[in-house]
Design a binder for this molecule. Structure first.
Ligand code: AMP
Length: 458
């Protein structure tokens, strides 16, 4: 199917072409006609499937006709987090660039003045997190009775974050004659109940779970003892051709500690978690998007749905407690047709959590294949390219750690195992804190499996 077969306007087709999309994704092919027919819709789809464009594109054409009125947005998109709201706003700008539509973004953590001004001037689409919207509504700064198109995005996340009562309140303030589109990765009973209450005769569509169907993501587990996790992670960051990585941890404190530790070891890393204010979150994300840091240590709340191009790796420093989070986390890589790798560190305590992941995804996560990396000193500067490595690996560590060119390890001749001599300046380096854990005999990392993998697992 082509975008042109979907009956979108020429202006929109141009914007889609400029975005570089060749054909609609399955969710777009199914959802766009429903939105155009003004039907209510339940779409079970997650980020990475192209779901945002599946509602933004037809909305732009629907909104192209009609007039804006002060304080009365014509349509409303609810997002669980500020980052997601900002991402949808970026999508609106990208696809709506050939249309004269006004948008306002209502998110917490930023000044209200400009948002109120935009509302006063009248907007076609309002993209909001429930908290800030409720706040403005209660202050009488916004009227919802002119809003006849509602999108509830990431509904299951809204549930996790306790937003369902807010959404019910908002739905009750909207006109009863309206179109409602609900997107959710899963359909737990409270979301089903919400849909039954607020949607009218919805068409239900479901696209394959991106993570389970996404053959572009190679998934692995590394069974490890808790005290050796940092060491294992740093080793993997060095040897697995990491270009850019998001590292997920289950707790905010772990996010902070791990980032500090990585920075101390010379990695270019940043952090993002729910305790940070909006400005710092945006700043950290910007550094990551611009490539000034290539490792982002993240908590689930902050990173859900983030759409960042070219993330080569996702690491689960902790196996997530909720199997759904696993699917969301690894979906940060392998996006839009690119290849990605997702590696999960699994301690004996995580066994049950991993079993739940495997049950949900209906696949076994295989052990990491150590023979696929060129084992070497973890700080070697020039790993031998593997066959699938197209580009030279981007450096993971900071410049100050770089070996001089003449000290770089030469790739071994084909078929020969790398005989690794650490660069001179590394030979007598001071042990790092986690080096105190015996890494195995010095030569051991030349073998197929690094020495820190000494955990007896089963
Ligand atoms: P989403 O599921 O909305 O988070 O989108 C995931 C990614 O897919 C985004 O980077 C979009 O820009 C991209 N995308 C959306 N639609 C298409 C398409 N038809 N072809 C290629 N990429 C797309």
């Amino acid at each position: 199917m082509k975008f042109a077969d979907l009956g979108l306007s020429d202006e929109l087709l141009q914007a889609v072409q400029d975005a570089g999309y060749e054909e609609p994704t399955p969710i777009q092919a199914e959802a766009i006609p429903q939105v155009q027919m003004m039907r209510d819709l339940i779409a079970i789809a997650q980020t990475g499937t192209g779901k945002t464009a599946s509602f933004v594109l037809p909305m732009i054409d629907v909104l192209a006709n009609g007039r804006r009125r002060a304080l009365m947005p014509r349509s409303l998109i609810l997002e669980p987090t500020r980052e997601l709201a900002m991402q949808v706003a970026e999508n609106f700008e990208k696809y709506g660039k050939n249309h004269d539509l006004k948008m306002a973004l209502l998110i917490g953590g930023v000044q209200m003045g400009d948002q109120v001004k935009a509302l006063n001037e009248g907007v076609d689409v309002l993209i909001a997190t429930p908290g800030r919207l409720m706040d403005l509504f209660e202050r009488g700064k916004i009227l919802l009775n002119g809003c006849d198109l509602l999108v509830i995005d990431e509904a299951d996340r809204m549930l996790d974050m306790g937003f369902i009562p807010d959404i019910e309140f908002i739905c009750e303030k909207l006109p009863t004659q309206r179109q409602t589109l609900l997107f959710s990765a899963t359909m737990p009973p409270p979301i089903k109940k919400l849909a039954d209450k607020f949607l009218t005769n919805p068409k239900q569509i479901e696209v394959a779970r991106a993570a389970t169907a996404n053959e572009n993501i190679a998934q692995f587990k590394v069974e490890i003892s808790p005290r050796k996790k940092k060491q294992a992670l740093k080793y993997l960051l060095d040897v697995d051709n990491v270009q850019t990585a998001i590292i997920f941890a289950n707790r905010k404190t772990t996010v902070r500690d791990l980032n500090k530790d990585l920075q101390k070891s010379g990695f270019k890393s940043g952090e993002i978690h729910g305790d940070m204010d909006q400005a710092s979150r945006i700043a950290e994300l910007d550094l990551f998007k611009k490539g000034e840091v290539n490792i982002l240590v993240a908590s689930d709340v902050a990173a859900r749905g983030l759409d960042i191009k070219g993330v080569s790796h996702v690491f689960n420093y902790d196996t997530p407690w909720h199997p759904d989070d696993y699917v969301h986390r690894i979906g940060r890589t392998g996006r839009a047709g690119a290849k990605g790798r997702a590696i999960t560190l699994v301690t004996p305590e995580d066994k049950e959590a991993l079993a739940n992941v495997e049950k949900l995804t209906k696949m076994k996560v295989p052990p990491f294949d150590w023979s696929s990396v060129s084992p070497a000193d973890e700080e070697r500067s020039d790993p031998e390219p593997r066959e699938e490595r197209k580009e030279k690996p981007k450096r993971t560590r900071r410049k100050k750690d770089e070996a001089k060119p003449e000290e770089k390890a030469k790739p071994p001749p084909r078929g020969k195992k790398a005989e690794v001599k650490p660069p001179k300046d590394k030979q007598e380096r001071k042990p790092r804190r986690d080096d105190n854990d015996p890494p195995g005999k010095p030569g051991e990392w030349n073998g197929p499996m690094p020495g820190f993998l000494d955990v007896g697992f089963d």
